[in-house]
Design a protein around this ligand. Structure first.
Ligand code: UDP
Length: 454
């Protein structure tokens, strides 16, 4: 690990308390710490990080005021709105206290993009703010285009136009535009506009991606936002990441993988938020069983709607099915995903196409089956299948026959082999960009000097 001399400058980080946002923020913190910055983390009580996993950082909890009914990811937009309203005073008090403390000067505030309220506070305290957006750039371009998409009549999304291409944002179709199920779509539109406006008012935008993957989106976002943009990913490949897992990973899957042949196992995980219906769960399970391929499945507490979300128990397979896949399947509640993807036995990843999962799969050269459900996942899946051509979309529904066919296409047929070759090339690019002279290496140097220049 690169360990620079301490610089005597402190950065204050404010992560959004969801798994897919905590991981990249803490990886970024590790990277910037290795560049010589000291790190302080302001965090909510909801999904609070464990300070024992990050002993080099100082932690400052604030009261988020969430009611028990609000502290859930069932309605993410509702959660973001509540957090952005309730954290204002506690955050301001905490940050101004830190600024008045004696000690190392604070150079920058780094927040998740989904904390738009923090820009006004940073301005008020004369502290420059940089934003981490935890999606890729291509889907963010689409998110930032909401006003245009509304003007052109694509928004609100109409169900009879889902297959239409969005001419302004190729290769996206109407159904790929970021969508979140919520009672009032206007709230999503307003939150998107507010987020983008406050990003534009910031001093820079960091992405966990790399230039070679998204060149045209990078120029588009630069032009539109007019602030410095730093694609410095893949974060987790720069420094071995410290854990920021909310659920404890079940390591039994690694010993199970050790007994499987190379590239034979399909890893199945739909991330930390997606919830599916019982009927979908059964079609997935039967499709996997009928494919006759070995699989490792993360059945997270809460994955199946209506099943218990707190007990830690996974949703059981029907007995008949469990017997059929015995020895060929391993099921866990939460996996050490980076280790699973890096394991030689893992030959495919059936994912919900969250950006972290997608990038992690690219970095290990594992081709994908995509089952996007909401937000940026549909756009990610479109890039995976149509642009990078390293995965299959499950477009004709989740019927068990479709599932079985997709699994066999990826794991057994030539098509899957070709995708494996293409993603091996992306993996190589993801490695090269971090080396001396590579794009992400260069942008990180720029970011570090940008943060020292004010
Ligand atoms: N993850 C994990 N174990 C699991 C499933 C997911 O460690 O069993 C991690 C995964 O490596 C990724 C994050 O959780 O870093 C999920 O982020 P992503 O953006 O893919 O999806 P989200 O959960 O935000 O929908």
């Amino acid at each position: 690990m690169e360990m620079k001399q301490r610089m005597g400058k402190r950065l204050v980080l404010f992560p959004l308390p969801l798994q897919g946002h905590l991981n990249p923020m803490f990886q970024l913190a590790d990277i910037l710490h290795s560049k010589g910055f000291s790190i302080s983390v302001i965090h909510t009580h909801f999904n609070a990080p464990n300070p024992d996993n990050h002993t080099n950082f100082t932690f400052h909890p604030i009261a988020d005021g969430l009611l028990e009914t609000e502290a859930s990811t069932a309605d993410v937009i509702g959660l973001f709105a509540a957090l952005n309203a309730k954290c204002v005073s506690p955050f301001r008090d905490c940050l101004s206290q830190m600024l008045s403390d004696q000690g190392e000067p604070i150079a920058f505030l780094i927040t998740d993009a989904f904390w738009p309220f923090t820009q006004a506070i940073a301005d008020g305290l004369k502290l420059p703010r940089i934003v981490l957006r935890t999606t890729n750039i291509s889907s963010f371009v689409c998110f930032a285009a909401f006003p245009l998409l509304r003007q052109k009549g694509y928004l609100p999304i109409q169900d009879n136009r889902l297959e239409e291409p969005v001419a302004e944002l190729p290769p996206l179709k109407v159904k790929d535009i970021p969508r979140v199920s919520t009672a009032d779509p206007e709230v999503v539109f307003e939150f998107a506009c507010r987020t983008c406006n406050e990003v534009k008012a910031s001093r820079g935008l960091i992405f966990n991606t790399f230039e070679e993957l998204e060149e045209s989106a990078l120029s588009a976002i630069r032009q539109e936002f007019g602030i410095p943009v730093f694609p410095i990913g893949p974060f987790h490949k720069r420094i071995p990441p410290s854990s920021s897992s909310i659920l404890p990973p079940d390591k039994s899957c690694i010993s199970w993988l050790n007994n499987q042949s190379p590239n034979s196992v399909l890893y199945v995980s739909f991330g930390s938020i997606v919830a599916i219906k019982e009927a979908e769960f059964l079609e997935i399970a039967w499709g996997l069983a009928n494919s006759m391929q070995p699989f490792l499945w993360v059945i997270r507490p809460g994955l199946v709607r209506g099943s218990s979300s707190g007990s830690g128990a996974t949703h059981p397979l029907p007995d008949e099915l469990a017997e059929m896949v015995a020895g060929r399947a391993h099921i866990v509640g939460w996996a050490p995903q980076l280790d699973v993807l890096a394991h030689p036995a893992t030959g495919g990843f059936w994912t919900h196409s969250g950006w972290n999962s997608t990038l992690e799969s690219v970095c290990e050269g594992v081709p994908m089956i995509c089952l996007p459900k909401f937000a940026d996942q549909m756009a990610n899946a479109r890039y995976v299948s149509d642009v990078w051509k390293v995965g299959i979309q499950l477009e004709n529904g989740l019927g068990r026959q479709n599932v079985e066919k997709a699994v066999r296409r990826l794991m057994v047929e030539k098509e899957g082999e070709e995708m494996r070759e293409r993603i091996a090339c992306l993996k190589e690019k993801a490695t090269l960009c971090l080396a001396e002279g590579g794009s992400s290496h260069k942008y990180l140097e720029n970011l570090a000097s940008h943060m020292l220049s004010v």
